[in-house]
Every structure is written in structure tokens, then in C-alpha cells.
Design a binder for this molecule. Structure first.
Ligand SMILES: [Fe+2]
Length: 361
């Protein structure tokens, strides 16, 4: 590790060269990252100073390097010590395995064997593949809770807590009919959109009703490879989704592909039933609808779809920011098909996952 203070006309900063990578740290950044007791609370690790009030003329005066530590002295005469590994550690990349219908194995778990280790494996599979299948869940009405009570609370929506998916006469959503459902993500008209879907089969129909799953991150990758222009418009064009009934009006302007600051795809949306394309100039509308047409072709393509016919007690868990799902139409004479569905917020499941990865070995 090599360390130096760089002073030039406009700036003063600390330069570290570590494992052939160069890192530059401004005085304000360094002070904000100090773990000294006057800066950060020991118990909560929260900042005690008002970072936005750090003196803009603060400078790094000198530093001392002792083994894996750096002691930095600032122009206000304060001294702060840092572990080099903390300064140079970058954001951890989460392992994502993209798939299509040639996926080797569907990530599958047996609820009857549930313990901390299995729960950790379930949450990691959801994070890596965007879905998993749990066998042998209780086939009771609120059987979903048997698993979710170990993760966190079900998200309440205008449809309540755990909702029925059943063919009913006065359907307020097309899920409540025997009709096929095209691949989609749930509720893009809601902000934030629910993070995870727990789809629990209590009884399935004899004919039809298979579920399809598509890896939206893989679709985004495929369209990017085919046409960067189409990928860019799907990322940049803000379309509009809306849900309306007599008591509820939910709407959201958002894109079909959402990325982070490094252009990593973090969310895919598609919901033909509730999209209301907003007014825009002809050129942009044509570019968007052309790109959406290509996007849909890939979503529909057999090679990208896996098909699962759930048996009673089977529950599919899906990352609603990544995986699209659909359903084949079904016919069931006695109207016995009965599924239940619950949602979990993204932060709830992610928090449990991170904590379990730290403590369950
Ligand atoms: Fe759905």
C-alpha cells in the first residue's frame, strides 16, 4: 500500500494505491467516515456530527501509516484513525444467476425440513435466481404465514393481507377469472412496488392453470445485446401504470427497465393489463412501442419460460423486481382451484437475508 497527500491548486486529498488500484479521498469524505467517538456513536454507528456543516476549507495535514492502519491529521488539529481495508472496500456485488428454460434445476426446498440453515438457503436462492419453489407447505387458508412469520410481516394492500386467487363472479382483477394471464410483474402502479410474491397453492385445477416464470434480468440482457437503442428507450421512457376501482386509485410513472448508477438492471416491469401509455411526441412513442414489442417477444418466447404446475402445498416465491409470471387458462368444473397470495416488502426480506448471512454459519 502506498499513501500520499496530494495538494494542487484546487484540491487537497489523500491518495492510496492498494493492490494496483488507486483511491482518492477528500478531507470531508474521510472525516465523515471516521469512527472516532466524537464523530460516530459507538453503539448505533450513526453519525453524531452534521456532515453538511463540515468546514469546506478542511485540509489533510499529514498522515502516519502503522501496519494496516492510517492515522490522519486534519487542519483543525483533530486526528482520526482508519483501517485501510475499510477505506478501500467497495460495495459487495450480489451473485445473480440468470436463467431461461434450460435452467438445470429449479431451486426447490422442503418446508417440513425448515430450520435456520434451510431458511438461509431459501432466501439466498431467491436473491440469486429471483425465485424458488417450496414443497409441503400447510394447505390451510393462511398457510403462507407458516414461512413468512420467520421472515417478516406480510405487506398490507388495498386487497388486505393474504388475498384469494379464485374464479369469482364479480372479478375486480383478471386474476379472479379462468382466463390465461400473460407474463407480468405485479402492481407496477404501486410505489414502491411490492418486492416479493408468495403464491401458495391450496388446490389446483385438473386442466390448465400452470404457472410460467421468466427471468426479467435475462430478458433485459438479451435486449441490450440485440439493440442498445431499444434497451436505452426501455430504460429511459417513463410509461404510466394505473389501477382504479370505486375505492382505490393507484398510479405510477416508471420505466420498464430500471438501472442503478452503474447501469446494472435493478428492476424490470411489465404489465400489459394496467399500462396506459402517456402522451408524447410521435417519434418517442414509436421508439418506445417498437422496443416494447421486442421486449415482449423475448418475454413470450418459449425458450425464456419455465412452466410449473403447482400441487397443493406448493408455494412459489418470486422477486417481483426481477421475475415475470403468468398463468395458463384453466377449466375446473367445481370451481375448486384455490390459490392464496401474499406480498413482502423488499426491505423486509433483504434485511432478513443479510442478517442470516451474518449469523447463520
Ligand atoms: Fe400476478
Amino acid at each position: 500500500m502506498k499513501c500520499s497527500i496530494i495538494n494542487n491548486q484546487n484540491s487537497n486529498y489523500l491518495k492510496i494505491i492498494h493492490k494496483n488500484r488507486s483511491y482518492n479521498f477528500s478531507p470531508t469524505w474521510l472525516l465523515e467516515h471516521s469512527t472516532e467517538l466524537c464523530i460516530r456513536d459507538k453503539q448505533t454507528n450513526q453519525l453524531l456530527i452534521e456532515a453538511a456543516e463540515i468546514d469546506q476549507d478542511l485540509k489533510i495535514d499529514k498522515f502516519k501509516s502503522i501496519k494496516d492502519k492510517l492515522i490522519v491529521r486534519f487542519s483543525d488539529k483533530s486526528e482520526h484513525s482508519y483501517l485501510v481495508k475499510d477505506l478501500v472496500s467497495s460495495r459487495q456485488k450480489v451473485k445473480k444467476t440468470l436463467w431461461n428454460n434450460s435452467i438445470k434445476e429449479i431451486p426447490e426446498f422442503n418446508f417440513k425440513k425448515l430450520n435456520d440453515q434451510l431458511l438461509k438457503e431459501i432466501l439466498n436462492a431467491i436473491d440469486e435466481f429471483g425465485f424458488c419453489l417450496i414443497r409441503n407447505m400447510p394447505t390451510t387458508r393462511n398457510g403462507i404465514h407458516a414461512l413468512t412469520k420467520h421472515i417478516g410481516p406480510i405487506k398490507e394492500t388495498n386487497w388486505g393481507n393474504i388475498a384469494d386467487i379464485k374464479n369469482i363472479k364479480k372479478a375486480y382483477d383478471l386474476t379472479m377469472t379462468e382466463r390465461a394471464l400473460e407474463n407480468h410483474t405485479d402492481n407496477p402502479y404501486r410505489f414502491p412496488t411490492q418486492g416479493y410474491i408468495f403464491l401458495h397453492c391450496i388446490k389446483n385445477s385438473k386442466v390448465g392453470g400452470e404457472n410460467t416464470l421468466v427471468d426479467g434480468f435475462n430478458i433485459a440482457k438479451q435486449i441490450k445485446k440485440k439493440s442498445i437503442e431499444k434497451y436505452n428507450i426501455l430504460r429511459d421512457f417513463k410509461t404510466f401504470f394505473q389501477y382504479k376501482d370505486k375505492d382505490t386509485l393507484l398510479d405510477n410513472y416508471c420505466s420498464l427497465i430500471e438501472t442503478d448508477h452503474e447501469d446494472n438492471v435493478v428492476q424490470v416491469r411489465f404489465n400489459n393489463r394496467t399500462e396506459i401509455i402517456p402522451y408524447d411526441n410521435i417519434k418517442r412513442i414509436n421508439r418506445y412501442t417498437d422496443a416494447r414489442r421486442e421486449f415482449w417477444k423475448l418475454i413470450k418466447s418459449k425458450s425464456n419460460n419455465i412452466v410449473i404446475k403447482q400441487k397443493p402445498g406448493d408455494m412459489i416465491i418470486m422477486d417481483n423486481y426481477r421475475v415475470l409470471h403468468g398463468r395458463a387458462k384453466y377449466k375446473d368444473v367445481d370451481n375448486q382451484r384455490y390459490f392464496r397470495q401474499g406480498y413482502l416488502d423488499r426491505d423486509i426480506l433483504q434485511s432478513k437475508l443479510k442478517i442470516m448471512n451474518e449469523i447463520v454459519t
